[in-house]
Ligand binder design. Structure first.
Ligand SMILES: NC(=O)c1ccc[n+]([C@@H]2O[C@H](COP(=O)([O-])OP(=O)(O)OC[C@H]3O[C@@H](n4cnc5c(N)ncnc54)[C@H](O)[C@@H]3O)[C@@H](O)[C@H]2O)c1
Length: 255
């Protein structure tokens, strides 16, 4: 198959969700072999079936709780058994808890750190020997929440976890450079996916005002992020390392 990712084995986490599914479809359309996974096995399997129906190459594993080190290692082992190697590891999955700081419990804090930061450590640790063999590349998903305080709601744990993702990415780039492993991150702004859908159901939610006041006149779509991930996964980004790309249509800077 031809395309910008022809011949590359790309692992994507969270392929049941908005951005993960969009990336899986785009990467497969660009010739990649895609190995996905999610806690939600049914939805991720459906994404994989859709990719295969369109002539693409994708398998999905699940349910996999990636914050569990054994489960993460099991996914990586299964992916290598299935596809033979890992060229690209796109850490997209996450599950945050947001809301007023006064209401943030220690349990919420730990849940968020576990499902936004631990799950990158577990997956990268298991994948590291394979990334060394292939001189592969890592794409991590941070957030504009790591760059600024005020957004649509208070989100101290989410911002701290994603700040951790930014720092971890730089350290992975430092540790990986001598092995030919590059690591970069994407910081999405507000992207319309299942993760924010519950907020949009409330017509009074401040997110609607963020959409109205957005410099480009709309919130982001999963495909906006997937196209940037495609660039980072491709050879076009071969000299990009330890970089974070903000994908928010300029909202954080302009508004
Ligand atoms: N949507 C936004 O506005 C936005 C903004 C900034 C950053 N992000 C980040 O973008 C990435 C994708 O988000 P999305 O909006 O597509 O969310 P989403 O909720 O649609 O998808 C996330 C997927 O991750 C999976 N997941 C969560 N925890 C998991 C675990 N422990 N093990 C395995 N799978 C797990 C979920 O089941 C879900 O399918 C996330 O890292 C998110 O934090 C999203």
């Amino acid at each position: 198959m031809s395309g910008r990712l022809a011949g590359k084995v790309t692992l994507i986490t969270g392929t049941a969700g908005g951005q993960g599914a969009a990336a899986a479809r785009l990467f497969a359309a660009e010739g990649a072999t895609v190995v996905g996974c999610d806690l939600d096995a049914g939805r991720s399997d459906a994404v994989a079936a859709g990719v295969r129906a369109g002539g693409g190459d994708m398998v999905s594993f699940g349910p996999v709780d990636l914050a569990d080190a054994d489960a993460a290692a099991g996914w990586i082992a299964g992916a290598v058994q299935s596809a033979g190697r890992i060229d690209v590891l796109y850490n997209n999955a996450s599950a945050p808890r947001v809301g007023p700081f006064e209401e943030l419990t220690l349990e919420d804090w730990r849940f968020t750190l576990r499902n936004e930061l631990d799950l990158i450590y577990t997956v990268v640790s298991a994948a590291w020997p394979h990334l060394k063999s292939s001189r592969g590349t890592i794409i991590n998903t941070a957030s504009v929440s790591a760059h600024r305080g005020a957004t649509f709601t208070e989100q101290a744990a989410h911002g701290a976890a994603k700040g951790g993702v930014l720092a971890l990415t730089r350290h992975l780039a430092a540790s990986g450079a001598r092995h030919g492993i590059r690591a970069n991150s994407i910081s999405p702004g507000l992207i319309v996916t299942p993760q924010i859908a519950p907020f949009l159901e409330d017509p009074e939610h401040p997110m609607h005002e963020m959409a109205r006041s957005h410099p480009l006149g709309r919130l982001g779509a999963p495909e906006d992020v997937a196209r940037v991930a495609l660039f980072l996964a491709s050879d076009d980004a071969g000299y990009l390392n330890a970089v974070d790309i903000v994908v928010d249509g300029g909202q954080a800077v302009i508004v």
